[in-house]
Design a protein around this ligand. Sequence first.
Ligand code: HEM
Length: 136
Amino acid sequence: MHPQGDVTNPGPPATVYAAIGGEPTFTRLVDAFYAGVAADPVLRAIYPEDDLGPAAERLRLFLIQYWGGPTTYSDTRGHPRLRMRHAPFPVNGATRDAWLRHMRAALDSVGLPAEYDEQLWQYFTRAADSLRNTPG
Ligand code: HEM
């Protein structure tokens, strides 16, 4: 089955965003992730605001856009420039690993089909590694 159609019956390209259930799936993922961050003293200390809600919403909109959903993130925040936006925060081996540990748990809680779980996890591990800006 090709939900995006075939050469004789083309349709819009499929997106990961649509394939995994759209906005509600990203909301569940990010809610689970930030519940982990909130309970982690090492990571919690890095986040500048007491209220993690706005940070959660920025990540949620970014991921929705990245995986092919609406572009609300860039419409409101501009180009993602994630390396620049993380420059004020110490991303080292330890904070990267903590971030990824909470994202792994969040992905497990959402229970995506294996092929999509794998795609998102590959992306998160590469992205988190590329954001390292501090030794250690
Ligand atoms: C590697 C460990 C990471 C740490 C310690 C970290 C930490 C942070 C912190 C402290 C903020 C500021 C919170 C706020 O927006 O108020 C932030 C923002 C953000 N992070 Fe991360 N982050 C990490 C990895 C990632 C990864 C892998 C992604 C994407 C896949 C990501 C996406 C974002 C986004 C979209 C924002 C909001 C940017 C904006 O519009 O201002 N982060 N992060």
